[in-house]
Write a protein that binds this ligand. Structure first.
Ligand SMILES: NC(=O)c1ccc[n+]([C@@H]2O[C@H](COP(=O)([O-])OP(=O)(O)OC[C@H]3O[C@@H](n4cnc5c(N)ncnc54)[C@H](OP(=O)(O)O)[C@@H]3O)[C@@H](O)[C@H]2O)c1
Length: 341
């Protein structure tokens, strides 16, 4: 199967936009990595819908610069939301350093009594072969996959309490795992190279870097599905997505030649925010809260610029459906949990 579908490379015009989303006053959100790219555009959109947003990032200066920029940008007109009641807050989180993941969750839960939607959006691509996080994870795995799982691990009790509130609609409490079409380039047969997850001996751009990135993004898909399987009955919706091919800082580790060749095929980052808005707010209905393999939306994959995807013939979804790979990965992440947490 091709890594990228034609309709992901050249998506149809978005039919779900900010204009389809009601006022978000009183609801609380976390966006990891809102300093640039689609996370920044997403934060701007939710702020203008009057949400209370925490941008979780590793640089206070960059997050505060993003907050200033959002506040000083004019809001696009909305048919029935009068903007101006949103708020933006910095939350310190470095996905390369696991203790900050716990402290970010603790700080958030010390301040807020609900978490309506979290977008695990922050990510990196193409870091050099051999790179490791502070605790020694291969960087793609640590930053893109394990740290978001760990952050969610600490926040899940609050998500469950939010979903259980009497005024909260079923499946409006959501956990969004920002993956990539690149997840289809992950190792066969399951998406995870179980015997050697770090794959440090795989080197080079196509056989090393992009396979490791693909694996980390397959893990996002698997976490979304397994989270849905575990918590769907409690009214939570969990999906992964490909935001689209976007102009952003994601290619910062690539050569100028790679950037020059791919740039003409990239879209404005606001389009990626539309995909993330769809995942966070589009109607998935009570019935659609069933698992994707049962005809529902829970655990599914959203495609740009906001369409429920179908993943027939995708080895990662085959593994989830046929070999319980989501449960296996969850158990592996639990093994990786540091002793002190
Ligand atoms: N752009 C695309 O074409 C594309 C395609 C498929 C999937 N995606 C996915 O979309 C998501 C957003 O990417 P983007 O394109 O918007 O890229 P981006 O502009 O590079 O944004 C990435 C965000 O992640 C943050 N981040 C990186 N490392 C971090 C760490 N250790 N701790 C906390 N935050 C960290 C960055 O913060 P700093 O300011 O601190 O660096 C930045 O805010 C990623 O998960 C990416 O894999 C993007």
């Amino acid at each position: 199967m091709a890594v990228m579908k034609w309709s992901e490379a050249f998506p149809p015009t978005a039919t779900f936009t900010e204009a389809n989303i009601p006022d978000q006053s009183g609801r609380v959100f976390i966006i990891t990595g809102g300093t640039s790219g689609c996370g920044f555009e997403l934060a701007k959109a939710v702020y203008n819908l009057n949400g209370r947003i925490y941008i979780a990032g590793r640089s206070q200066d960059r997050v505060e610069a993003a907050i200033d920029k959002i506040k000083s940008s004019p809001a696009a007109p909305h048919p029935n939301v009068e903007t101006g009641k949103g708020s933006l807050h910095f939350l310190y989180l470095d996905l390369e350093d696991m203790p900050t993941v716990k402290s970010a969750a603790d700080e958030f839960m010390g301040k807020e009594e609900r978490l309506d939607v979290i977008w695990h959006n922050a990510g990196i691509m193409g870091v050099p072969d051999g790179s490791k996080t502070k605790q020694g994870f291969e960087t793609h795995i640590g930053v893109n996959a394990f740290a978001p799982w760990l952050f969610q691990h600490f926040l899940t009790p609050l998500c469950l309490r939010t979903a259980a509130r009497s005024e909260v609609q079923p499946f409006s409490t959501r956990v969004i795992w920002v993956s990539s079409a690149g997840h289809r380039g992950s190792p066969q047969p399951d998406g995870v190279n179980w015997d050697d997850v770090a794959m440090h001996d795989k080197k080079g751009f196509m056989s090393g870097v992009m396979v490791k990135y693909g694996q980390s993004k397959a893990m996002n898909v698997m976490h979304a599905h397994e989270f849905a399987r575990r918590y769907g009955e409690k009214g939570l919706l969990s999906v992964s997505l490909h935001p689209g091919n976007l102009k952003s800082n994601l290619t910062r580790h690539q050569s100028w030649l790679f950037r020059a060749l791919t740039n003409p095929l990239l879209y404005d980052a606001h389009h990626g925010a539309l995909t993330e808005l769809f995942a966070g707010f589009a109607d998935a209905g009570q019935e659609e809260g069933r698992m994707v393999e049962e005809g529902g939306k829970n655990g599914s994959f959203v495609e740009p610029w906001g369409r429920w995807g179908t993943e027939e013939g995708n080895h990662v979804f085959d593994g989830l459906r046929e070999r319980n790979t989501g449960e296996r990965l969850w158990a592996l992440c639990e093994e990786w949990l540091p002793d002190e947490v």
